[in-house]
Design a protein around this ligand. Sequence first.
Ligand code: 5IU
Length: 276
Amino acid sequence: SRHQQTYGQRALRQANPTAKLLLETIERKKSNLAVSVDVTKSKDFLSIIEVVGPFVCLIKTHIDIIEDFEPSLIEQLQDLSKKHDFVIFEDRKFADIGNTVSLQYSGGVYKIASWSHITNAHPVPGPSVIQGLSSVGLPLGRGLLLLAEMSTKGTLARDSYTEDAVRMARSHRNFVIGFIAQRRMGGIGLVDEGADSVADEDFLILTPGVGLDVAGDAMGQQYRSPRQVIFDSGCDVIIVGRGIYGNDLSLVDVIAARAERYMAEGWAAYMERVGS
Ligand code: 5IU
């Protein structure tokens, strides 16, 4: 089954260039770790990425929380992406009508489509959110993740909402490369409608809500371990934020050691899954 295929084998079968790039990067670096850098100062943002860069396949950003944002920050992020060989994912969570999201994605202060390989959208508006983003991102070779589930207590993204997200993705396979979710979906599995084309599909599952030392935070976040996410639930990428950069952003050695630990646990869980 898809669970047992290696990242490298799966890279060969991806039509979307960003899906291929991410799988190839994971295979090359032997890392299924993504770090989410939710900090408010450019200096901290860049220094964390410099430290964790060698250990990650992907850096996830919330560019709109940076207080001292300047366009040169994007150039520095792109330089780090080349230096350390990681993919960039702006976690923008688009959720408006097609026309509006196309403008939010291409324009404004951040011009996300010009630098972020991957972005994501809530399926709540229906297929028009994908059409709007695809009109900008597809010609640039970008990829979109749909938010099929969330890690938070009481999330409304469940049951038939999640199944409908899979159906929406299935109708836009050229641009939708996978899901933000808590378990494998698409292909054989959730919303398995039996068609040959469904058996053949291969969505990427990127999973936030990963932490080894605490169960959650005071605002509804819930954490699971890399092994629960990659081995038990069949997901592809663990996304870790505070579990790696912690509270003291100056402790670069500690941050590097934590990144290495999550990388090792994520990779061991994958090796166990593919049976090697
Ligand atoms: N994030 C989640 N859960 C979700 C979705 C996104 O935590 O279901 I969708 C984001 C929020 C934050 C990062 O940017 O992933 C997790 O950060 P911590 O590892 O610090 O909790």
